[in-house]
Design a protein around this ligand. Structure first.
Ligand SMILES: Nc1ncnc2c1ncn2[C@@H]1O[C@H](COP(=O)(O)OP(=O)(O)O)[C@@H](O)[C@H]1O
Ligand SMILES: [Mg+2]
Length: 371
């Protein structure tokens, strides 16, 4: 099987020790509010680079009141990727998180090379109407699953930008200080934009090629004021140099790939996503996740791990069944949460069911017969 075969959480949020044996089918987690379901999805999300699906600080992840270190381990089935057997990530109190791939110390970025993962959480319900940051982050997560070098490029870009911002803050005006940093920003930034552009094209192609019960979104990569973004290394370097005076006044870098935005149009209605109904906006996000899964399935033969938090709650039973059908068709290991098992009824026999229960601040996870 592809995907996670064995997952353990220790001293992670409300879980003192949880272990799940998985067989590659979709995973339905159900239980009351606050039972600890999203915590499990968050644990899985930390098997990819970054701060996970809640963007939490490492110290918030340790189970309270003990506040010892926390640890997550995953053993993968043989079909996932021949090179990947197991992953571990953990953090000791007061330290940033460590990663081990097949028993060897590794960087967080290296996780992207071995695990493809995308997610949808209720906080993204307002993604199309809020600021660009959320959309950029969403696009970057999809991009990372299609282009694993995206994580290292983002690190290189951010590091150079931090140094440039320091110069701007200190009101350094000598161009000599800026040129080398801007060259680094332009080189990594062009890589970021190329990856994003490739991802947008790949998502469009996958939507156009596949049958789906979810609507098609026409996507466009834009700048902060819906203006075109510089894409090439040379154009980026020029844009940065030209923006210096403005940036000095602001004390930070106002132009570049860190300001990119994702525009989406609901194709059937020709309507910008922000003006669509709440349900349509959610459907567009699901459509993009499914398109991403189809693209990866075509490129690599394996769908990504999908983390779908409370996704069933917003869909009527037909749409829900359609979503499950598409996930089953892709053979995707989807981790889904919902308050009641009935939200997963149409998956009966085709998914693994786990009930998550809270007992005075301690979560327990129990596999249930799903038929
Ligand atoms: N570091 C922590 N230590 C112990 N409990 C935590 C920690 N962080 C969050 N929790 C608890 O986890 C619960 C929320 O779990 P969550 O997975 O979000 O629930 P749900 O099942 O509704 O998705 C809350 O009761 C919260 O108090
Ligand atoms: Mg939750």
């Amino acid at each position: 099987m592809a995907g996670i075969e064995n997952l353990t959480l220790s001293h992670f949020r409300s879980h003192r020790r949880a272990e799940m044996q998985l067989d590659g089918r979709p995973v339905a987690l159900f239980g009351a509010n606050g039972a600890g379901k999203t915590n499990i999805l968050e644990a899985v999300s930390l098997l990819s680079p970054g701060r996970g699906l809640r963007r939490a600080m490492a110290e918030d992840l340790a189970r309270r009141p003990e506040a010892l270190g926390w640890k997550i381990t995953a053993r993968f089935g043989a079909g996932a990727s021949a090179a990947l057997q197991d992953l571990a990530t953990w953090a000791e109190p007061g330290r940033s998180r460590d990663v081990r791939i097949n028993g060897k110390a590794a960087t967080q970025s290296a996780l992207a090379q071995v695990v493809r993962m995308v997610w949808l959480v209720p906080a993204m319900d307002r993604l199309w109407i809020e600021g660009a940051e959320g959309r950029r982050r969403f696009l970057d997560r999809l991009t990372l699953s299609l282009a694993p070098d995206h994580a290292d490029l983002a690190l290189a870009y951010e590091k150079a930008m931090r140094e440039r911002n320091r110069l701007l803050k200190d009101q350094i005006t000598d161009p000599g200080w800026y040129q080398a940093l801007e060259a680094r920003m332009a080189a990594s930034g062009a890589g970021l934009m190329a990856n994003r552009r490739h991802a947008v094209a790949r998502l469009m192609a996958a939507q156009n090629a596949g049958q789906s019960a979810f609507p098609t979104a026409d996507l466009v990569l834009i700048g902060p004021q819906a203006d075109p973004m510089p894409m090439s290394e040379a154009d980026l370097a020029t844009a940065l140099a030209e923006s210096r005076r403005r940036d000095l006044a602001a004390g930070r870098s106002l132009t570049g790939p860190h300001r990119a935005d994702l525009g989406a149009i609901f194709r059937a209605k020709g309507m910008p996503a922000a003006q669509c109904s709440t349900g349509e906006q959610k459907a567009l996000l699901i459509a993009l996740l499914l398109a991403n899964a189809r693209a990866l399935w075509q490129d690599t033969g394996t769908a990504p791990i999908l983390l779908l938090d409370e996704v069933a709650a917003h869909l009527d039973s037909n749409r829900r069944a359609a979503l499950y059908d598409e996930l089953l068709g892709l053979g995707a290991q989807a981790f889904m949460t919902g308050t009641g098992a009935e939200l997963f009824d149409s998956l009966a026999g085709q998914a693994q069911y786990f009930e998550v229960v809270d007992q005075e601040g301690l979560s327990t996870v129990l596999e249930k017969d799903g038929t």
